[in-house]
Design a protein around this ligand. Sequence first.
Ligand code: FUB
Length: 459
Amino acid sequence: MKNALKYIAAAIAAAAVWPAAAQNPIVQTCYTTDPAPMVHDGRLYVYTGHDEDGADFFWMQEWRVYSTEDMVNWTDHGSPLAIESFEWGDDRAWAAQCVERNGKFYWYVCLHSKLSNTMAIGVAVGDSPTGPFKDAIGKPLYEGSWDYIDPTVFIDNDGRAYLYWGNPNIYFAELNADMVSLKGEVRKLDQTTESFGAPNPEERVKGEKYTDTYTEGPWFYRRGDDYYLLYAAGGVPEHIAYSMGEGPAGPWRYVGEIMPLQDTGSFTNHCAVIDYKGNSYFFYHTGKLPGGGGFGRSVAVEQFTYNDDGTFPVINATAEGVAPVGTLDPYVRVEAETIAFSSGVGTEPNAKTGVYVSDTHDGDWIKVREVDFGAAGPDGLRVAAASALRGGRIEVRLDSVDGRLISVVEIPSTGGWESWKTFKADVEAGVTGVHDLYFVFNGRKGCKLFNLDWWRFYE
Ligand code: FUB
């Protein structure tokens, strides 16, 4: 992301357009789309698409992964899967979902196939939630129609696994236990007013007002005895609606809207739902990151509570997002790309170092929430940084971008943008308890200052 977006973001942040407590969108370092959360080993991962800066269509090249343990600080794991991972694909890295089975992670994606010149469902496999991932079968799992987008996967309590996908038709298939082949026929669902709010796409009459219309982006899961199919609905602009069923194959009953049409700044919406640490979360995307819009979308999240009968309340988009469900330990190494909110900075990958914060300029900042300094407080701070130019300094502040200054770390040139060195600084006495922490970057105006890989306080 950079340049235009970066400066617009900085200008808007400076004008205090973001509410002080803004938490949405959850990623500010690049555009992210089509969220698909997954909980593994106590951590929540969200798999996303990535809109390119300044795009005039969904020319998307890669998928990305972010994770959190507290719902407010998100660690950027970069892009472990891209168009290049699929020899048969060449374009449109659209909506996807990852699921774990027997220690392997299966990432169901859709992209354009060179073989059929249509959209195709593919599947990648990895040994960890953040990869590395590779094409599991070296060919599309299913292809042959522009309809074949937005796979959603679910493994039922009896171990049987299912996929739904499609725009504007809805397709359903069972997966074999190997998770990389289809069991039996693919079914095209019969859409009716009762099941999805309107008849099948080819039976709809132009100008007719239907209860609703399935469009794309299904999200399929089970809760208790109820099965849920959530989806983007209404054509464009899209709202989010849902149907409920008694079994994985339906029959489905249209229930209503979850996120009604509203000012999200994006004509698509794409949702996902997950429970984590006792709360229920609704993920979606908007065009609300500065410079964003219909082709520059960003993932957001809201907390909600199911109604007693298992139906959804209405959920509206907010800038505030969700409350924290944990604190962050500053006395262990924290990756600099663990961010609650930021202004101006980007992230980049490096094969050895992993993802790091890049493109810091004078006045940019990173906020990390709910940092628990404990009762004694830190004596010092270490950071790993690199700069090919003149470097700069990090002002470390509490609770706001101009809050109490507790440390200043000077970063000189290290001789290269990935020539990492560790720098130490003292921390003022009396920094105790839980605070939001701000790393505010200072230096010569106009030029890139340094890259930041990690930080850690010590007692
Ligand atoms: O991100 C590209 C496409 O836009 C997705 O596949 C759809 O669900 C819509 O969000």
